[in-house]
Design a protein around this ligand. Structure first.
Ligand code: GCO
Ligand code: CA
Length: 264
């Protein structure tokens, strides 16, 4: 299936020193792309480059803050010089703070919106002109269950991820005529560092109530893995999805389709 290959394409995955971004970068590299990522410290970058090598792929690491437009413009120029202009942008970088909304500082709310939503605007804005000029491109936004659902403690994150879903649809609407596809991938509950606090076992070693709750909410009856996202993201990055635009592909083991476990 040649349609699923992305040989020679240049991909940038933001915030991909670990977790979902890391898995996405590995998948794109294995599908044939030349992949770059960024993260905020040189220490994390170096550790990630080594981890990529261990996973069997060469991925170029950059240090830079996705909320800083000047820094990102310069980083994209560096990537263009070394690998070529970006054909596939994955807006993955994100932060979360779990706290009841009435206890959250406005500064924290703004910081989360800045990283989880405004940065996707900045990155997309910076790559779009070159994609338009070259006749196409792919932008993939990492959305969330919180693009659709609310829950206690994640007001800023949910507001960002809901916004990111609409930014996705708007980029698709505005740039579809340039053969640019902008889609979202919507991970369900995936076992990563970000969700580790939600899975922390009780002192006696048993499943925490939240962990059990997620398993019962998921028709697949398990947490997702980073590997579960690899096929879907390669699909959205490849010519196989050239007529798919403005879609959010939820990879959630069925959570969004499910009313919930009936009482025993
Ligand atoms: C939460 C958050 C995140 C999830 C994810 C769900 O419930 O605390 O939503 O932790 O990782 O984004 O799709
Ligand atoms: Ca430079």
């Amino acid at each position: 299936m040649e349609q699923f290959r992305i040989d020679g394409k240049v991909a940038l995955v933001t915030g991909a020193s670990h977790g979902i971004g890391f898995g996405i970068a590995v998948a794109l590299a294995k599908a044939g792309a030349k992949v770059a990522f960024n993260c905020r410290t040189a220490e994390r970058r170096d550790a990630a480059v080594a981890a990529y090598r261990e996973a069997g792929v060469e991925v170029a690491g950059y240090v830079g803050d996705v909320t800083n437009e000047d820094q990102m413009r310069e980083m994209l120029a560096d990537i263009a010089k070394t690998l070529g202009p970006v054909d596939i942008l994955v807006n993955n970088a994100a932060v979360i703070k779990r706290l009841p909304m009435h206890e959250m500082d406005t500064a924290d709310f703004r910081r989360i919106i800045d990283t989880d939503l405004t940065a996707a605007f900045i990155m997309s804005k910076l790559v779009l002109p070159s994609m338009m000029e070259r006749g196409g491109g792919k932008i993939i936004n990492v959305c969330s269950m919180m693009s659709e659902l609310g829950r206690e403690t994640v007001s800023a994150y949910a507001a960002s991820k809901g916004g990111l879903k609409m930014l996705t649809r708007n980029i698709a609407s505005e740039y579809g005529k340039y053969n640019i596809q902008c889609n979202g991938i919507g991970p369900g509950y995936i076992a990563t560092e970000q969700t580790a606090p939600l899975r922390e076992p009780l002192p006696d070693g048993s499943r925490s109530p939240f962990d059990a709750f997620i398993v019962s909410k998921t028709p697949a009856e398990r947490w997702g893995t980073v590997e579960d996202l690899m096929g879907p993201v390669v699909f959205l990055a490849s010519p196989a999805s050239d007529f798919v635009n403005g879609h959010i592909l939820y990879v959630d083991g069925g959570i969004l389709a499910y009313l919930g476990h009936q009482p025993e």
